[in-house]
Each structure stands twice: as structure tokens, then as C-alpha cells.
Design a protein around this ligand. Structure first.
Ligand SMILES: [Zn+2]
Length: 89
């Protein structure tokens, strides 16, 4: 009867057994944006869960910040609009 020449090390055994309990995740399509998403979790693309907006996404935040920056820029006068008055010597 063939016998293993060496003892299987713990590292080798554990590496082999590391894949035993891996389960394949299920994916669903988001009801709102139809992107692939994980079930029972908020969609990372649109921030919707069960048809309701529950989370602000990075894109929303960027949009909000962009519009806020435009408002600030509109409020401030441009540097070119300021007249430079030369003082007489
Ligand atoms: Zn979505």
C-alpha cells in the first residue's frame, strides 16, 4: 500500500481546506437601475432599497458638491471684475 512520504504540513493542509466553505453568492438586478446587486442590500449604484432611496451614493454627493461649488463661484465676484484704481502720487 502506498504511503505518503512526508507529513502534510499545517499550512498545506489549511490552504487545501480554505476553499471548503466558500459559497457562491446570489445576485439580483436592482429594481431601480437594473444593475447587478447583492440581495437584501442597498444598491451601490443608485442607493435604492425596495424601491426607496435610502442612501446617498458617491455620484449623488459629487453632483451635490458640484452644484454647491457652482453656487459659491456664482456668488463670488470674478477677479477680473474688480477694478484696480491707481492712486495718484
Ligand atoms: Zn440600483
Amino acid at each position: 500500500m502506498p504511503v505518503p512520504k512526508r507529513k502534510t504540513s499545517k499550512a498545506r493542509r489549511n490552504k487545501r481546506n480554505a476553499n471548503r466553505n466558500i459559497e457562491v453568492c446570489n445576485f439580483i438586478n436592482c429594481q431601480n437601475c437594473n444593475q447587478v446587486a447583492l440581495p437584501h442590500q442597498v444598491c451601490q449604484f443608485c442607493g435604492f432599497y425596495k424601491g426607496e432611496k435610502v442612501m446617498e451614493t458617491k455620484f449623488d454627493r459629487a453632483l451635490r458638491r458640484g452644484s454647491a461649488r457652482q453656487k459659491v463661484a456664482a456668488r463670488k465676484p470674478e477677479a477680473t471684475d474688480v477694478e484696480v484704481v491707481e492712486q495718484p502720487k
